[in-house]
Design a protein around this ligand. Structure first.
Ligand code: DGT
Ligand code: CA
Ligand code: CA
Ligand code: ZN
Length: 644
């Protein structure tokens, strides 16, 4: 198994149609790629590509098209392919030449397809000419400078391959939260629907809302006598690319995107940043990727203990277990067991003496603690807080009344000012801030001072109209100013002074990454001192799974911001909510809060859908212990305007 979902899925046990439209389209695409890898005739390759694309864009039911024979009449489906697909959908059998094609293609070549920017044609060439047959072999060849001299390759493409290999390695290891959650929620929903499942719940880092997810952990409550049947039903769900191990109570799987009936939609990021980290290739890597999942089936009475154990974190578990030991109790995935009764018994045998717990809250109660919300279970003080009634009342999506850092068509956004305002109102917000890019950022179509001020006039007109009509909504007018050398802002002071606020952000990432922490920190401090700087945007510039941020001493930066706030000048730090960024990191939110630096959760939306990414920022803020009063988003327009 190459880890990028290159395999023919198993038929659904429920009968025809044995495969979904998605699965068949995917299989056709893979056949085309394999044929190309093996150097087949271009027309043959193209016929599979076309058929895949055609099926992918169908709105009709595939089962019906096959049953009525209409599939055979469709343009782009020849006679041979038509009867092959009829067999696939109607009988649940893949054509033997497809199976053979998969079996005869070296795994290493398929693995290489996962490298961004590298297609089957060039893989085939390198295989034939240099004998490169795996990612590792390619890396070695590129490092030994053997790829560049090949005809049609060159130094640049050799360097890109090395970057791509690096990227692939990162993707392999972990997936971003938005992607992990999308898989996790789809998997949880499918397993929940299986007959005999009392409850299925996602645990692990996904439940704790970590910014990246290693593997999914699903805990399933099932009466013992149904374990085997439910385990089999899980194994025949769509979206399972491979089974790494399966017993009656423990299943280890690899999921691929065929788990999604509705396709694959994840969070958003600036179009130019996406380009910088690989553009379409990067997105393709994401949508063609897989994720590992571990499933545990347990009797319903044990479920809360197993759920708590596999939610973790490991550090939180260790602290909890110590607390249990202090009370003469043994805490594990099977129960909370008095040592005196358990004696030498182990595992489930000891668990018959467990204290009862109907839910997780009961486990915490046995240990004289309040229930700790999963986001906080990182052993950073939550157990102490839970003991002393000191857990924070965490911010929620419902607390969000607006956000400041969003783009329109004036710079690189997809939607107009009007459309953005409408969508914000539909989200139930009472204000929205517009902060388009500044002139220096040419790749993002940074707006000139004139255009910016004109946008301000439009905004004032809207605000007046809403006020006259008694509509409880207003726009704020800001800018996302590049931070220029010397910590300077990207517009003259008199222009900035006409705005409601300025989000100052670093975009010349490679330059900042080439410098050391001291220089970078000094530049940021200077920029924060500018009277117009209101918000420090995406403070490290990191792209999760994409690139590291620049080095900076954020403790010093936050302290500096705190000094300003103490003297009555609003300096807020952004928690950029794009799931690609989640920057400010949640680990630093608590420090910002402790220093009294306000946080603003910003979707950095470049489209209408991008506004909804704020929910990922809320997840990170919760993980960082933030409460509604700690984030500017919770203020109504009156209170916010007063701060400005
Ligand atoms: P991940 O998958 O790397 O994103 O992170 P997690 O937290 O999901 O970790 P994972 O999948 O290895 O294990 C799930 C949970 O199971 C983990 O958060 C805590 C628990 N766990 C795993 N191994 C141990 C262990 O050795 N000791 C303790 N106390 N708990 C463990
Ligand atoms: Ca996990
Ligand atoms: Ca795991
Ligand atoms: Zn932005």
């Amino acid at each position: 198994m190459a880890g990028n979902g290159f395999s023919l899925p198993k038929p659904r046990p429920s009968g025809p149609p044995y495969f979904s439209r998605n699965q068949v389209a995917n299989a056709l695409h893979q056949v085309a790629v394999l044929l190309e890898l093996q150097g087949a005739n271009v027309f043959r390759v193209r016929s599979y590509q076309n058929a895949s694309r055609m099926l992918g864009s169908l709105t009709e039911d595939l089962g019906e098209l096959v049953a009525t024979g209409r599939l055979l009449e469709m343009k782009g489906i020849g006679k041979g392919l038509g009867s092959a697909l009829t067999q696939v959908v109607g009988e649940g059998r893949w054509p033997s030449d497809w199976i053979e094609l998969h079996a005869s293609t070296p795994e290493g070549l398929i693995e290489m397809l996962g490298i961004p920017g590298l297609g089957p044609k060039r893989i085939k060439l390198m295989h034939e000419e240099l004998g490169v047959d795996s990612v590792a072999a390619l890396k070695e060849a590129a490092e030994a400078d053997k790829i560049a001299p090949m005809k049609g390759f060159g130094k640049k493409s050799q360097a890109r391959m090395l970057d791509g290999i690096d990227l692939l390695a990162r993707f392999r290891a972990r997936r971003r939260l938005d992607i992990g959650l999308m898989y996790g929620e789809a998997f949880e929903a499918r397993v929940s629907q299986i007959d005999g499942v009392v409850k299925a719940q996602l645990a692990g880092s996904a439940r704790r809302r970590k910014e990246t997810i290693g593997d999914l952990d699903l805990v399933v409550a099932v009466e013992k006598e149904h374990h085997e049947r439910v385990a089999n039903a899980i194994l025949s769900l769509p979206g399972i690319a491979d089974v790494k191990g399966a017993g009656d109570s423990k299943i280890s799987l690899i999921l691929d995107t065929t788990i999604f009936e509705e396709g694959f939609t994840v969070g958003h990021i600036d179009p130019n940043v996406l380009d910088a980290i690989g553009g379409d290739d990067y997105e393709q890597l994401e949508s063609g990727g897989t994720i590992d999942a571990q499933v545990r089936l347990v009797p319903p009475g044990v479920f809360p203990f197993t759920l708590a154990y596999f939610t973790g974190s490991k550090e939180h578990n260790i602290a909890m277990r110590q607390r249990a030991i202090d009370r003469g109790l043994r805490l594990n995935e099977f129960g909370l067991i008095p040592e005196a009764k358990a004696g030498d018994l182990k595992g489930m045998a000891a668990a018959q003496y467990s204290l009862d717990a109907l839910d997780e809250a009961a486990i915490y109660k046995h240990l004289e603690l309040e229930w700790v919300t999963p986001e906080l279970r990182e052993d950073t003080g939550e157990i102490d807080a839970a003991q002393h009634n000191g857990l924070p009342k965490l911010v929620t999506n419902a607390d969000m009344r607006g956000a400041w850092h969003n783009h329109t068509t004036l710079s690189d956004g997809e939607a107009s000012l009007e459309e953005m305002a409408n969508t914000a109102q539909k989200l139930g917000w009472s204000w929205l801030g517009i902060a388009d890019h500044s002139p220096t950022l040419k790749v993002a179509n940074g707006a000139s001072a004139d255009d910016l001020l004109e946008q301000g006039a439009t905004i004032r007109a809207y605000n007046k109209a809403w006020a006259d009509d008694g509509v409880d909504f207003r726009l704020y007018h800001g800018v996302e100013s590049d931070i220029l050398p010397g910590g300077k802002l990207d517009h003259p002071d008199d222009v900035l002074a006409q705005l409601d606020y300025t989000v100052a952000s670093v975009h010349a990432i490679s330059k900042w990454r080439a410098r050391d922490e001291i220089e970078n920190t000094e530049e940021l401090l200077k920029c924060i001192d500018h009277p117009s700087t209101t918000v420090l945007g995406h403070p490290t510039g990191r792209i999760l799974q994409g690139r590291d941020g620049y080095e900076v001493d954020l403790f010093a930066v936050l302290e500096h911001m705190a000094d300003h706030n103490n003297e009555g000048r609003l300096k807020a730090v952004e928690l950029n909510a794009s799931p690609y960024r989640l920057d400010l990191d949640w680990r630093l939110c608590k420090h910002a809060k402790g220093l009294g630096v306000p946080v603003i959760i910003n979707p950095d939306a470049h489209s209408l859908r991008g506004l909804a990414d704020i929910s990922y920022g809320v997840m990170a803020a919760r993980k960082g212990w933030l409460e509604a009063p700690d984030v500017l988003n919770s203020l109504d327009a009156k209170a916010l305007s007063a701060l400005l």
